[in-house]
Design a protein around this ligand. Structure first.
Ligand code: PLP
Length: 456
């Protein structure tokens, strides 16, 4: 069924909703305060409900449907694999697993040529950290305050943003530091260069004061995702690489959100020619059609486990259905120029369009991003940069952002909203026309939140 011929069926929608409310326990939510939309179908950059409402997906769900919804080649590959071999244990060699690993290794930077498959991003982070700890014989891992790395035990401790607080036992050998963020500098910098230099000095100080011989790894999102779409200043990642080398610390880049085309390159690291020791991925590797994540491993770390067993595994590591969908996704992305499309839509439509919105709307403090990975940061006052809703706020304090999201949805746009920001993160396949359609809705929705700005 295409978006044009979707059926309107409110009774089924109501039944789906009723069963959900009775039996499904949702992530991150106070269960009685949520109102999940029953989704009837999806195609490309759109999805729709049972009441005849269609939404342009400016969230790519959870920033994972890089190839859009229901790509026919990926759907067919899953169907063919299901008919041929649904599942087989990770100890066997399987054609689609070998091919997925080869295609990933072909794209990852430097010598990250071995792949350990997981079921998603958090597990990828767990395993990268375990590899770094065994490889170095050290325990501590450093990560940024403005970060999200997943919700399993180590990953949630490594996460910097408030999603960590309720689960933080303070006992995970994790130390947080400040990464660069010129708009809200932790270092009182006045320029990107100063921010870069001070952020690097701060990171080195943290390593020195923690005791370098206790530090296994520095973990960073190449471009910080849900915690703000923070594009690092030129020289920062190369500087982190140098510091890690100086102290024998493993450098892990988390590309779970930024990888596989999101920034207009296969990996965000490609923008700065930086090669980490370990790279975590998930989401865009197969657009989430079947759960899949993994760690790409450098030669040096892989060789640690040549004769010593790696102390970890998963029943579904390299699941054939997931790997078949990754092979089809990566092949279709290359054939259809999906990464190039993300770069071009970012440069030609989203970047200029969002900057124009920033000029028109007093509620926009800053826009920043790359490819199809943009943040619009909303403020009540451009001079003081006071956020539209306070950092970490919950409940009624988030009302202005809820109002913004409702204004978008009413006009047929599904936005990604986090704290005082909307992230403009459509699929990498979004067309220039669809991007422009979304920008026009954002323009109207921003007029609604402009009313919250403090008069000057
Ligand atoms: N790392 C980053 C950068 C992410 O954005 C996410 C999820 O949003 C994760 C890790 C966790 O991935 P998952 O939800 O698949 O466990």
């Amino acid at each position: 069924m295409t978006a044009g011929t979707r059926a309107v069926d409110p009774r089924t929608g109501a039944a789906v909703k009723a069963a959900d409310r009775a039996h499904v326990f949702h992530s991150w939510s106070a269960q009685s305060l949520i109102d999940p939309l029953p989704v009837a179908g999806a195609e490309g950059a759109y999805f729709w409900d049972y009441d005849g409402n269609r939404y342009l997906d400016f969230s790519s769900q959870l920033v994972n449907t890089n190839i859009g919804h229901q790509h026919p080649k990926v759907v067919a590959a899953i169907q063919e694999q299901a008919a041929r071999l649904c599942t087989v244990a990770p100890g066997f060699a399987v054609d689609v697993r070998s091919e997925a690993a080869r295609l990933i290794a072909e794209r990852t930077p430097g010598d990250l040529d071995k792949v350990f498959f997981t079921n998603g991003g958090a597990e990828a982070v767990e395993h990268a950290v375990r590899m770094a700890r065994v490889h170095t014989g050290r325990a501590k891992v450093l990560s940024a305050y403005r970060s999200y790395h997943g919700a399993t035990a180590a990953a949630i401790h490594l996460t910097g943003d408030p999603r960590r607080w309720a689960s933080d036992t303070g006992a995970a050998s994790v130390v947080h530091f400040w990464g660069p963020y010129a708009y809200r500098s932790a270092f009182h910098s006045r320029s990107e260069e100063e921010e870069c230099e001070r952020a690097l000095r701060h990171l080195e100080d943290v390593i020195v004061f923690e005791g370098p011989q206790t530090v296994a790894a520095v973990l960073l999102e190449t471009v910080v995702g849900t915690a703000g779409i923070l594009v690092p200043p030129a020289g920062y990642l190369a500087g982190v690489r140098e510091i890690c080398d100086r102290y024998g610390v493993v450098f892990i880049l988390d590309e779970v959100m930024a990888g596989f085309g999101r920034t207009g390159r296969w990996f965000a690291a490609d923008h700065w020619d930086v090669v980490p020791d370990l790279l975590t991925f998930a989401k865009g590797v197969n657009s989430g059609y079947v759960p899949l994540g993994g760690v790409a491993i450098s030669g040096a770390i892989a060789s640690t486990f040549d004769h010593v067993p790696y102390p970890g595994g998963l029943t579904y590591s390299g699941h054939p259905l997931a790997c078949a969908s990754a092979v089809a996704t990566l092949t279709a992305m290359a054939e259809e120029g999906v990464v190039e499309n993300a770069a071009s839509v970012g440069e030609r439509v989203l970047g200029p369009g969002l900057r124009a919105l920033a000029e028109r709307h007093p509620s926009v403090g800053e826009v920043r991003g790359l490819g199809v990975f943009w943040a619009v940061e909303l403020v009540v006052d451009r001079e003081t940069r006071e956020p539209l809703v306070p950092y970490g706020a919950t409940g009624s304090a988030t009302a202005p952002m809820a109002e913004f999201a409702a204004a978008c949805r009413k006009r047929g746009l599904w936005p990604f909203v986090h704290m005082n920001r909307t992230h403009v993160v459509p699929p990498c396949t979004v067309t220039a026309e669809e991007a422009a359609e979304g920008l026009a809705v954002l323009d109207e929705a921003l007029s609604v939140v402009d009313a919250h700005c403090r008069p000057r």
